[in-house]
Write a protein that binds this ligand. Structure first.
Ligand SMILES: Cc1cc2nc3c(=O)[nH]c(=O)nc-3n(C[C@H](O)[C@H](O)[C@H](O)COP(=O)(O)OP(=O)(O)OC[C@H]3O[C@@H](n4cnc5c(N)ncnc54)[C@H](O)[C@@H]3O)c2cc1C
Length: 416
């Protein structure tokens, strides 16, 4: 009997076990998933929680609901992998041997990595985040009674998961305060380590204009040195200071600590893999999927989805000594909420940046790329249902895993 061990039953791990179980005969393959949390969080919902647009219950389901028959779930946290001995050690001391390992332990916000950020005097009082359930709920409580002032939305360092989420939060905050009739009492500043609103030129220019139109100031190239909670300011490495009344930060994102302890990761604990096959660059029996890997794509549920569409057949080929023929292209597809019931959509990959056009049917849509529409907003809302009912159970969506150029306006590149 061969043993496949999957670490983490978040978005990528859950999709992978649901797709792999029917492909690996139970008489030959034992599949075990290690996941400490009894609840599965729909993380895109964290964006809406601070504004009261989702209830807490809408973002949570029991983890076990999505574990398929024939897969054993171990409720535990991984402490260390001994990749030379093919053994995973759990917190508490138990050990589990494996033949093949799939690491799907994601990435987490780490406010402890920036001096002053998680100071208990200010943390979840005047300094907030919305990248965890607890953080999003605490921010909701603060926003409910906040009387206005200077709101600073801040990104510590890239890469972060869902790199458009801070922009979406900023657009939604603008709309939220306008709808509350207090927009003129709030100054909004967007502070980023990037040189513009986003990483890629065409989208960055458009998103930058959208910030300007909403009278949101952008402070680019800001590499944070510390949060001075007492003086209510953030200070950069080059000694620039940005004062705040309310700071909403995206702390440094890092892979799980055990990856570093096991010698499997880079500086930020991301597992080094081949960007087309997700196979470890060091070990022939270890894969990393979802946010846990170091592939140069967005850390996003959509990337997890498209790559995990291709991964199972590659896995089966690999264990049977055949070549892995499917090459993942870094395909990412993200809705961007822009407030007042509208949203945008971007679709891109390792080589092609987000461009205007229509998706998924070229020339028809119904979704519009890099354009604010109500349909895009409705698409984002509908995605929660698709996540729980189609994606996590490993069902097929009518969306190709690899990005297509059909329907994209390439001449937009010449206009930047
Ligand atoms: C605010 C916000 C908005 C977002 N919006 C979007 C969006 O609109 N579109 C989009 O595509 N993506 C979005 N994302 C990103 C998306 O949620 C993630 O990219 C996706 O969940 C990654 O899946 P994953 O399986 O790699 O990691 P996760 O889903 O985070 O799962 C990791 C799992 O590993 C487990 N784990 C961690 N450490 C250990 C350990 N030591 N031992 C055992 N288990 C462990 C965790 O408990 C967790 O269940 C958003 C994220 C956030 C925070």
């Amino acid at each position: 009997m061969k043993r496949l061990l999957v670490l983490g039953a978040g978005t990528a791990g859950t999709m992978a076990i649901n797709k792999l179980r029917p492909m690996l005969p139970p008489s030959e393959w034992q599949i075990t998933v290690i996941e400490p949390s009894d609840v599965h969080h729909y993380q895109p919902g964290y964006l809406f929680l601070p504004f009261g647009a989702y209830t807490a219950e809408e973002t949570i389901e029991p983890t076990d609901r999505f574990i398929p028959d024939g897969v054993t779930r171990v409720r535990a946290e991984v402490d260390r992998v001994d990749a030379d001995a093919n053994v995973v050690y759990l917190v508490g001391g138990e050990s589990l041997p494996y033949d093949y390992l799939v690491i799907a332990t994601g990435t987490s916000p780490r406010p402890d990595q920036t001096p002053g950020m998680d100071d208990p005097e200010v943390w979840r009082k005047s300094v907030h985040e919305f990248y965890t359930f607890e953080g999003a709920m605490a921010l909701r409580e603060t926003l409910e009674t906040w009387e206005g002032g200077r709101l600073v939305v801040h990104i510590t360092e890239m890469p972060i998961k869902c790199p458009v989420a801070p922009l979406e939060f900023t657009f939604l905050a603008d709309a939220y305060f306008a709808e509350k009739g207090m927009r003129d009492q709030v100054e909004i500043v967007y502070v980023t380590p990037l040189e513009g609103a986003f990483t890629k030129p065409v989208a960055s220019q458009l998103l930058g204009h959208m910030l300007e139109d909403r009278k949101i100031t952008i402070e680019p190239d800001f590499m944070i040195d510390q949060v001075d909670g007492e003086a209510k300011k953030i200070v950069s490495m080059d000694e620039r200071e940005v004062p705040f009344d309310l700071l909403v930060t995206i702390p440094l994102n890092m892979g799980a600590d055990f990856i570093g302890r096991s010698g499997l990761g880079d500086d930020l604990n991301y597992v080094s893999v081949d960007k087309h096959t997700l196979l470890s660059t060091k070990y022939d029996n270890i894969f990393a999927i979802g946010d846990a890997s170091n592939i140069p794509a967005s850390k996003a549920g959509s990337v997890a989805h498209f790559s995990v569409d291709l991964f199972p057949q590659n896995f089966v080929n690999h264990v049977n000594g055949k070549p892995m023929t499917a090459a993942f292209d870094g395909h990412a597809n993200c809705f961007i909420e822009s407030g007042h019931g509208k949203g945008m959509l971007i679709d891109f990959n390792y080589d092609t940046e987000p461009l205007p056009g229509k998706y998924p049917i070229p020339g028809i849509g119904p979704f519009s790329l890099l354009k604010e529409t109500e349909l895009n907003h409705l698409g984002k809302l509908a995605f929660r249902w698709m996540y729980w009912n189609l994606l996590l159970p490993g069902k097929e969506l009518p969306l190709p895993a690899l990005m297509s150029m059909a329907g994209k306006q390439t001449d937009a590149l010449e206009r930047v």
